[in-house]
Design a protein around this ligand. Sequence first.
Ligand SMILES: Nc1ncnc2c1ncn2[C@@H]1O[C@H](COP(=O)(O)OP(=O)(O)OP(=O)(O)O)[C@@H](O)[C@H]1O
Ligand SMILES: *[C@@H]1O[C@H](CO)[C@@H](O)[C@H](O)[C@H]1NC(C)=O
Ligand SMILES: *[C@@H]1O[C@H](CO)[C@@H](O)[C@H](O)[C@H]1NC(C)=O
Ligand SMILES: *[C@@H]1O[C@H](CO)[C@@H](O)[C@H](O)[C@H]1NC(C)=O
Ligand SMILES: [Mg+2]
Length: 408
Amino acid sequence: MLFIISIFLITFGKQSPDPNDAFLNQSIAVMLGGQQKHYYDNNVVVHSSTTNQKNHYSSISPDYFDDDETTDFVEQLQSYDYNQDINLNDLRVSRIHSDINKIEIMPLIIPEGNMSNYAVKKYLGEGTFAFVQSGIRLSDGLLVVLKQIKSKYLWWARMEAHIIDILNEEKKASIVKLIDMYMNNTSPVLVFEELQNSKTLDYRIYSFYHDLILEEIKRFYLQLFYGLSITHSKGIMHLDIKPQNIIVSNDDIQIIDWGVSDFYYPLKEYRTRVGTRHYRAPEQLLHYKHYDYAVDVWALGSILASTIFKKYPFFKGRNNDDQLLQVVKVLGSQDLFQFCEKYDIKLNEKLKKTLQGYERQALENYIDENNRELVSPAVIDLLNKIFVYDHRIRISAEEVLQHEFFRE
Ligand SMILES: Nc1ncnc2c1ncn2[C@@H]1O[C@H](COP(=O)(O)OP(=O)(O)OP(=O)(O)O)[C@@H](O)[C@H]1O
Ligand SMILES: *[C@@H]1O[C@H](CO)[C@@H](O)[C@H](O)[C@H]1NC(C)=O
Ligand SMILES: *[C@@H]1O[C@H](CO)[C@@H](O)[C@H](O)[C@H]1NC(C)=O
Ligand SMILES: *[C@@H]1O[C@H](CO)[C@@H](O)[C@H](O)[C@H]1NC(C)=O
Ligand SMILES: [Mg+2]
């Protein structure tokens, strides 16, 4: 009881006639009653596939991800038939885990829930889709993060919830832990276990704050690639891997923000302007819509490269085409054109001219006084296997786990 009272005092101050009192009274009642609602009790998966919901999904702010200021291009995606027979040897199908999702997977329904199980501690920040607060679960004092998603993105929140729910079956996968969800009026709230004393990875690797030593880098990236290998083996792509969506504490690391993640289906078209430009894979930059899990490996590889070489971000383009140019300046023109030919990707003449004439560079060229202690032949070999245009030849997350960089 003392504990509860202290939470009460810390959170809301002593004698305020705060409207929150009613809510806190309720919470305490719940707690004393020992009740604890979990969304598992009444979570329902809708099976009816209403095209309505699908269209809603692809039409929400279609240009949000288009951070390319030079164009107002909106991407049209072909509708996908979930019952078609597919030749898995088709060049456009993922080399791995191509056939995991057999039926159309629908997002979870967020239960009404009961938000009075939680008290809000502090406002953490706001993105395009959501604002995030830290809080406390009143029944046992567990520290939580409450991600409240704007009501117009309800469909996305349901998708995020479903995906994390599937991933959380694997307890050791370095993926943020979703423990509950509820509706706060019309806004869905996802409740995560807080990773205490954590910072986002950008904070740990960018510029002067670079404080990770090689042992930590190996340990953390092994965990991250393991997380990705589990994700991919369950037929899921994260699609927004970036330092801001990875949180690190002293001994733990987690992939967060599954807000744009999706299930992989062979021959389905995916939006290529998803995620964040600096971490986008070449196939996305080329607007190839049949991309697959390999985009996440590229993104994490780019972050590994920036960590090792202390260059932030490793590929720094000003817009979509410039981003592609930055990649070509390292990987060379020849292989890019071959890649385009193999997958029948069309390049307009102007862009083609811009991208011409670059040789593949040795990554060793990026070694300098600042990063020498972090670079080894093994990590260069690993990066060379990630920085491959052809996503079907690019090393998979599961294969990365076996790489000698993590053993030396
Ligand atoms: N489990 C957690 N433990 C600690 N901090 C967290 C946790 N989950 C999220 N955070 C913090 O909250 C921030 C925002 O979370 P998240 O990336 O999921 O939402 P968002 O970026 O605001 O969403 P969007 O970009 O889709 O609008 C993170 O950068 C991180 O600092
Ligand atoms: C909260 O509970 C206290 C004690 O049970 C009661 O005096 C107070 O009126 C309640 N506050 C509200 C807003 O319901
Ligand atoms: C939340 O829980 C309290 C206490 O059990 C209960 O009185 C209240 O009706 C619940 N609210 C909802 C919306 O279920
Ligand atoms: C409910 O939403 C409001 C703003 O819309 C926010 O201030 C409040 O903290 C949220 N409460 C919980 C418990 O999520
Ligand atoms: Mg985020």
